[in-house]
Design a binder for this molecule. Structure first.
Ligand code: G6P
Length: 574
């Protein structure tokens, strides 16, 4: 994945890159690096211990008007300083940062003459390729054009050259936005990397090349023609600072859920109403709806598909990384669900569907994201920026969006009590979760049981426990337990069960594990160890309980809650 930011212009280049990189950390935080353009060389610094450390020791970039930074999520080569970007060519004349994967990096490398490679990455070959083409007499832009045409894979690449206050850019599949400032111009993986500095942006299209200078932005399309791309004004309210009340973004974001839900419900009555109407119309006029997403967004897609099936709509959820042309026909409506709006697997699924001629709808959190831009109609879940890698308030708002779509389709759903139910769930379960967390924190394995629409919630709670609390957890269909997993239940095995009604079918599954000595954590509005109000929105309340439990378990274990190992919030590689 990785995040990229570059700037050419007046002002504190160091501050712009440092801020940009910290905003991009959700794309990867294994290591980071910067390059600044000096007269006689490119200055590079890399660090595996975080962005703060990378910038410690720099007062400012005196008299420097161009620089770029990179925050990495390792795909090729270990997490190490030498594998961190930027990568220099042999002579140190140019530096390159890359987001994506150069699949044919070995072939490109073999096609070049002798070069000294420092890293184990796929990306470094780009620096040497450009160096070789420049030796043959090409300009950087021509070299970049040749590179773009030879690479197989996905890429957003920035190049700087010593003594030139310019950033050269090319992209294919990986997102890149240009930012138009007063005294300089920006380039970054996402608009909010430069959102504190400018709110005017241009999104590059696949195959584009660009040259960013202090007073100009030039964009060339695949054919080499200079093109004008639409300037978009955007607003992005960011919340990156933790207040005294919260130790981590995760718990702050969990607590923000009532406000986030209110915002979404209000929008349904006002400025987003027309999008709900249009989406309902599309769904009504189609024979088949495929909902697709990854990770937590896939779990919410599963719940959404079930809610739609319950009102007679032929809807299925398919995990984005396995979506293919056999899943859809021309008249299928595809609904893509994504917090970031940038997940590569979902973008690939959209491309497949688009090729076949399907209508593309989406539910996203990040406005102007690639998925939103590729959709015919898009609903924003309005959860606000989410920083913790694990999605909490955005998962909740995805579920609320599905309930709202069902309402728009004619189901009688009353939302009046929803916010209050969420508030009660949050209030009543903090202390309980702290106690349960102490009890389960040293467990290696845990099972979460759910049936029907609660099965995806069981999977979501298990995912949270894995990614944030580092406990191996499995979400299971209650009825399937006796067909295999029951063999793993022994004295003291922790089992969380989601019991929506006293006489629900899952109760017999719970009894099966209890009679084998499981440490049973019944979760229900009627009895059990958590306190939930009776509600029409139990999938939401169950998942919130799971989020709080996960948070407190990870807290007890003193884990890096907001940035769990090996993960990134936005996954822009396959
Ligand atoms: C990553 C994140 C998950 C997220 C998934 C899908 O794996 O770590 O928390 O659910 O991507 O992301 P999206 O932005 O498409 O919802």
């Amino acid at each position: 994945m990785c995040g990229i930011i570059g700037y050419v212009g007046e002002g504190d280049v160091k501050q712009i890159i440092e801020e940009g990189l910290s905003k991009l950390e959700y794309r990867g935080y294994d290591s980071a690096g910067i390059a600044k353009v000096l007269e006689n060389k490119i200055f590079c610094k890399k660090e595996v211990e975080g962005i703060k450390k990378l910038f410690s020791g720099f007062e400012s970039f005196d008299n420097v008007n161009a620089g770029m930074g990179h925050t990495r999520w390792a795909t090729h080569g270990a997490v190490s300083e030498k594998n961190a970007h930027p990568h220099l060519c042999c002579e140190g004349e140019i530096a390159v940062v890359h987001n994506g994967i150069i699949e044919n990096h070995k072939e490109i490398r073999d096609s070049l003459g002798q070069h000294d490679y420092i890293s184990e990455t796929d990306s470094e070959v780009a620096a040497h390729f450009i160096e070789e083409k420049m030796k043959e007499g090409k300009t950087i832009l021509e070299a970049l054009e040749a590179l773009r045409d030879v690479i197989e894979g996905t890429f957003a690449i920035l190049v700087v050259k010593r003594a030139e206050e310019k950033i050269f850019v090319c992209k294919e599949k990986s997102p890149i936005a240009l930012g138009i400032g007063e005294n300089g111009n920006y380039v970054a993986s996402d608009i909010y990397a430069f959102s504190g500095f400018t709110e005017r942006s241009i999104f590059l299209e696949d195959g584009d090349l660009a040259v960013v200078e202090q007073n100009s932005l030039k964009i060339f399309d695949k054919k080499g023609n200079i093109v004008e791309r639409q300037i978009k004004d955007f607003e992005w309210e960011e919340r990156r600072d933790l207040d005294d009340e919260h130790d981590h973004h995760m718990i702050r974001e969990i607590q923000e859920q009532p406000d986030a839900v209110k915002r979404l419900l209000d929008s349904y009555e006002t400025f987003q109403k027309e999008f709900f109407e249009e989406i309902a119309e599309k769904i009504n006029s189609s024979d088949k709806i495929i909902i697709t997403g990854s990770g937590s967004s896939f779990h919410s897609s599963m719940v959404g598909a079930k809610l739609l099936r319950d009102i007679g709509i032929n809807a299925r959820a398919i995990v984005a990384s396995e979506f293919d042309e056999t899943d859809v026909m021309e008249d299928t409506v595809v609904l893509a669900v994504s917090q970031s709006g940038e997940t590569m697997d979902v973008l690939d699924a959209i491309d497949v569907a688009d090729e076949i001629g399907c209508d593309i709808l989406s539910i996203v959190n990040v406005p102007h994201s690639s998925i939103q831009r590729k959709s015919d109609i898009s609903i924003e879940i309005l959860a606000g920026q989410e920083i913790c890698v694990a999605s909490t308030k955005t998962f909740t708002n995805q579920l609320v969006t599905f309930y709202l779509i069902c309402k728009e389709l004619g189901k009688d759903i009353k939302f009046e009590k929803l916010v209050e139910d969420i508030e009660k769930t949050l209030e009543r379960n903090q202390e309980i979760s702290k106690a349960v967390a102490k009890n389960i924190k040293d467990e290696n394995d845990l099972y979460v049981l759910g049936r029907n629409k609660y099965f995806p919630i069981a999977k979501e709670i298990a995912l949270k426990l894995k990614e944030i609390s580092y406990i191996h957890a499995e979400g299971l269909r209650g009825g399937e337990l006796k067909h295999g997993t029951l063999a793993l239940i022994e004295e003291g095995t922790p089992v969380v069960s989601l019991i929506p009604e006293k006489d629900s079918g899952i109760v017999s599954n719970v009894e099966e594990v209890e009679s084998r000595g499981a440490k049973s954590l019944r979760t229900s509005p009627f009895y059990g160890c958590f306190e939930l109000p009776e509600s029409d929105f139990l999938p939401i309340l169950f998942s919130i309980t799971g989020f709080i439990l996960t948070y407190h378990t990870a807290y007890e274990k003193d884990l890096p809650i907001d940035k769990p190992r090996n993960l990134a919030k936005s996954v822009t590689v396959r």
